[in-house]
Write a protein that binds this ligand. Structure first.
Ligand code: GLN
Length: 442
């Protein structure tokens, strides 16, 4: 099919699923070897980049994010920028200031967040790989809800240059695809040291060591609070892993309980400082009464264009950093983070990975999400945030379906810089688990 044909088909499909906020207009395929998309908080010189926010409408970056330019150098053609929660603030991609992506298995349900559009694109289009970003679970959660594979590599494995920051000490760029083999292939493409991001890759580059995953630890704290169907699918998956020759052992990881509150203190603290740059002067929208005093102009602009969740996080994050509260919240959360890292290190000394379901339930309906409080949605992240706090690589793989046919995922967490064992188990799992592709409407 010609690129024009491909593009008009993509546009048609996009009108049903809303996975892309922006799409390429460039119909020249050149010698592109593959098509890819990227979460809309990764800057791209040829397309508007809004990070799901009204405040950035009209922003056309002057440069590509390093991960995007590496994909292009490897022969990829960027076809679309994927819808997401505003600046990554959410679990369902429902907090978008722009379009809300729809789940490929049921259009009335969420894709998961915040890389929802990316997971949707990976599920809907054949041979398609999408770049996602995780701060607290935004690659694994949507991969699980959309029935695809997703990996967030070790913090620092991939350059964050060109990423619109949410929480700088937490953000990781990774790969989402329906094909498990793509995780290895494209993580290798985007990984590596980058002088433009001083936190990138303090370790040597990947080597294919052929390292296999042989044992997993299941934390008891990671199998609490699950829906019945998630619990059943997960238990069956443990049996399958055993029959594949893996040792499965239950362990205690008491710190996991404290990870979620600590994460929200740290993530909002960092987010609130990052959002200070959006004042209607430098990026995106600049509309407003320029005769106002600075403060009045900024207040007008930020009230007008930030969504509710962004405003909530500015308030929370400013509070936790305030003189008088800093030690009680921010400094304490940093201590909890160290305890979580220690807990992973202890368990990963004797196991290749920590394993639990990715999300406690399957993709919810939009009408149910609209009734959830902010706290309900934060609580839904208790299984994904610990590995993100620790900066350890983690990956969601599809492992079952509920009675409505909605996908269920499980999440493997490996030690720092040890993505190899995740690639290994993903590829072996793909051969043994029968994934169901969604029926695509267009
Ligand atoms: N749901 C989490 C949050 O809202 C994680 C989102 C993310 O990883 N960007 O912060």
């Amino acid at each position: 099919m010609s690129m024009e044909g491909i593009l008009s088909r993509l546009k048609e499909t996009n009108s049903k699923y809303s996975m892309f906020h922006a799409m390429t207009e460039d119909t020249d395929l050149g010698d592109a070897g593959f098509l890819f998309s990227a979460k809309d908080n990764l800057t791209s010189a040829d397309m508007e980049t809004c990070a799901g926010s009204k405040i950035l409408i009209g922003y056309r970056p002057a440069f590509d994010a390093t991960s995007i330019s590496k994909m292009r150098e490897a022969g990829g053609k960027l076809i679309g920028k994927c819808n997401m929660d505003e600046f990554g603030f959410g679990t369902f991609s429902y907090n978008s200031g722009l379009e809300i992506p729809r789940n490929p298995y049921d259009l009335e349900r969420a894709c998961g967040g915040s890389s929802g559009g990316s997971a949707c694109a990976a599920a809907v289009f054949d041979s398609h790989v999408s770049l996602g970003v995780s701060t607290g679970g935004s690659i694994c959660c949507p991969a699980s809800f959309c029935g695809v594979y997703g990996i967030a590599p070790t913090y620092g494995r991939v350059s964050r240059y060109g990423l619109i920051d949410y929480g700088n000490s937490l953000d990781k760029i990774g790969v989402i695809s329906a094909d498990a083999k793509d995780l290895r292939k494209y993580t290798h493409v985007i990984a590596g040291k980058d002088p433009k991001d001083p936190t990138s890759c303090v370790q040597p580059d990947f080597k294919d060591t052929g390292k296999k995953m042989r044992s997993v630890a299941v934390p008891r704290e990671g199998v609490e609070g699950l829906s019945k169907e998630v619990e059943t699918a997960f238990k069956e998956s443990l049996e399958s892993l055993k029959s594949m020759g893996l040792d499965v052992e239950y362990v205690e990881m008491p710190s996991l309980k404290y990870a979620m509150p600590a994460y929200y203190v740290l993530a909002t603290s960092e987010a609130s400082t990052n959002l200070a740059r959006y004042v209607g002067m430098r990026y995106g929208q600049q509309e407003g009464d320029h005769s106002l005093k600075f403060d009045d102009y900024f207040s007008y602009f930020r009230s007008q264009y930030f969504g509710d969740e962004a405003k909530r996080r500015i308030l929370l994050g400013t509070y936790t950093r305030m003189a008088g509260f800093r030690d009680r919240y921010y400094a304490k959360a940093l201590k909890v983070r160290q305890v979580v890292i220690k807990d992973y290190k202890r368990v990963l000394e004797s196991h290749d990975a920590v394993l639990a379901p990715t999300m406690p339930f399957t993709a919810p309906r939009f009408d149910d999400i609209s009734k959830m409080s902010a706290l309900d949605s934060y609580k839904a992240d208790y299984l994904t945030v610990p590995a993100n706090l620790a900066g350890t690589p983690h990956m969601s793989v599809p492992c079952g379906y509920d009675k409505d046919g909605m996908p269920i995922g499980m999440q493997f967490v490996a030690d720092h810089w040890n993505e190899e064992v995740l690639f290994d188990i993903a590829e072996r799992w793909e051969r043994s688990f029968k994934a169901r592709r969604p029926e695509v409407v267009s």
